[in-house]
Design a binder for this molecule. Structure first.
Ligand code: IPE
Ligand code: IPE
Ligand code: MG
Length: 246
């Protein structure tokens, strides 16, 4: 308990990221280092997801977006893809009550329609039953690609042009923003990537234009509160200029 209080004091509660996004990477390497199958790393990764959700709640971070499965992850071996899809279904089913109890609203970002029907059903139900919750907004990106998201936005804008609801010359950055999966939400303030890679891997490419980026070598299954606090402390030292002279 004493440890918890002193950890939280390390960060300025008035300068918290309002939207934290995470590229959860390194499950496979975590398992490999232990001589375990990759599936064991993914299973341990679910525990780290639960941990980061409760840490965001205790630190009062209102929006968390996590990258669970990319549009490019279908290129992995079929057994790994099937394992991951089953794991999502199982974990969502298990956490349903906790989402309700802890006042967490779940949104899913991605090409949901291309996922297995049983998973879609589970996702729709969870989104519906948590839709009025307001302690934490948890966006789970599944079958998500930043380029696919922009293509989907363009297609939906073109439909509204055909329906004569908007004129071609009137399309602005706000029109695109409002047609992304994240419509209505602010852009991430801080993006964390675990497992050391210095790349974006097609995550939120529109939304992160001015997001602060933090990379840690820690593998996702090992990511804990200390690592989160370290990232937030670094974020709080940064001068965000948005192109201005500060
Ligand atoms: C992240 O861990 C989980 C997903 C991409 C689904 P990885 O499975 O990418 O782990 P590494 O990068 O192989 O270590
Ligand atoms: C990014 O990790 C996708 C997710 C975390 C879901 P990857 O492991 O797929 O990224 P690359 O292949 O190393 O770029
Ligand atoms: Mg990876």
């Amino acid at each position: 308990m004493i440890k918890k209080v002193s950890q939280d004091k390390l960060i300025d509660s008035k300068k918290l990221p309002q939207h934290l996004a995470i590229i959860m990477d390194g499950n496979g390497r975590w398992a490999k280092e232990r001589g375990l199958p990759r599936s064991a790393g993914h299973m341990e990764g679910v525990k780290a997801v639960k941990r980061v959700i409760s840490n965001c709640i205790s630190l009062n971070i209102p929006i968390l977006t996590i990258f669970a499965f990319s549009t490019e992850n279908w290129k992995r071996p079929k057994n790994e893809v099937l394992y991951l899809l089953k794991l999502f279904n199982k974990a969502l089913n298990k956490e349903k009550e906790n989402f309700i109890k802890n006042n967490i609203r779940i949104n899913f970002l991605g090409r949901i329609k291309d996922l297995p029907n049983s998973l879609i059903k589970q996702m729709n139900e969870i989104a519906k039953i948590t839709s009025n919750n307001n302690k934490l907004i948890l966006n789970i990106a599944i079958n998500y690609g930043g380029r696919a998201e922009i293509v989907d936005a363009i297609n939906s804008i073109i439909s509204t042009v055909y329906e004569k609801k908007i004129k071609i010359g009137d399309i602005t950055e706000n029109t695109i923003r409002d047609n992304l999966y994240t419509h209505g939400l602010p852009d991430p303030d801080l993006l964390i990537r675990t497992a050391g890679e210095m790349r974006i891997s097609n995550f939120m490419i529109w939304q992160i234009a001015y997001t602060e980026f933090w990379v840690t070598p820690v593998y996702w299954p090992d990511f804990d509160k200390i690592n989160l606090i370290e990232a937030i402390r670094d974020f709080q030292k940064r001068v965000r200029k948005f192109g201005r002279k500060v």
